[in-house]
Design a protein around this ligand. Structure first.
Ligand code: FES
Length: 185
C-alpha cells in the first residue's frame, strides 16, 4: 500500500470507530414499562385497566392459588406491564414447607415467581392445589413453588425465576432483581 493510501485507510478506520462508539452512546434505553422489575418496585394486580391496585399481604390466603402481578416503579408510578416477561405470580405458603433458597427470597411465606414458562414461554397461570405445584397447560410442565420453582415434571428443564421480596406495611416490595432470566433460555 502506498504511504498516502495507508494514511487514508487509517483515517477511515478511525471514523468507523467513532461511528460505532457514537451508535453505542445513542442506544435507546428500555422504556420503564418494559424494564425488568427493579429493587424498590411495588407489586400491583395485573389487571391495571381496572385501576392500579397494590397487592396487599393481608389479602393473600395461605395455600390459595397465585395472584398475577406486575411491578410498579415506586417513583414514577409507571406499571411495568409493557413486557409479559415482567408478569409474576404471588402466593402465600407455609414458611415451614419452604426450602432454604425459597425462604431466603420470600417474606413471611409470600413468594413471587416469573409467570413465564421456561420451556417455550407460555403463561404459567394455574396451580394444582392437591400436589401444590404450578402448572403450564401448553405441554404440562410443573414447578414447585416450595423449592425455588424447581421443575417437577418436564418437558421444561429450567426452574422458574424467583423475584425476591420484602414487606413494607401491608405492601410487597421487590428486594432484588429476578434470580435468573425469566422464560426460556
Ligand atoms: S411452554 Fe410450558 S410446558 Fe411448554
Amino acid at each position: 500500500m502506498q504511504r498516502r493510501n495507508f494514511f487514508k485507510a487509517c483515517a477511515g478506520l478511525s471514523i468507523a470507530a467513532v461511528d460505532i462508539t457514537a451508535n453505542k452512546a445513542v442506544a435507546k434505553p428500555k422504556s420503564p414499562e418494559k424494564t425488568r422489575p427493579q429493587v424498590g418496585d411495588y407489586l400491583v394486580h395485573d389487571n391495571v385497566d381496572e385501576g392500579i391496585k397494590p397487592i396487599l399481604v393481608s389479602e393473600l390466603v395461605l395455600g390459595e392459588e397465585q395472584i398475577m402481578a406486575f411491578p410498579q416503579d415506586s417513583n414514577s408510578k409507571v406499571v411495568r406491564n409493557g413486557s409479559r416477561f415482567n408478569k409474576v405470580m404471588v402466593m402465600k405458603l407455609n414458611p415451614k414447607e419452604l426450602d432454604e433458597d425459597t425462604l431466603s427470597n420470600s417474606v413471611n411465606g409470600v413468594v413471587a415467581y416469573s409467570a413465564i414458562c421456561t420451556h417455550q414461554g407460555c403463561d404459567v397461570n394455574s396451580y394444582l392445589k392437591d400436589s401444590k405445584e404450578f402448572f403450564c397447560f401448553c405441554h404440562l410442565s410443573r414447578f414447585d413453588p416450595h423449592k425455588a420453582g424447581a421443575v417437577t415434571n418436564g418437558p421444561a428443564q429450567r426452574k422458574l425465576a424467583m423475584l425476591p421480596l420484602e414487606q413494607v406495611g401491608d405492601q410487597l416490595i421487590v428486594r432484588k432483581k429476578f434470580t435468573r432470566k425469566p422464560g426460556p433460555k
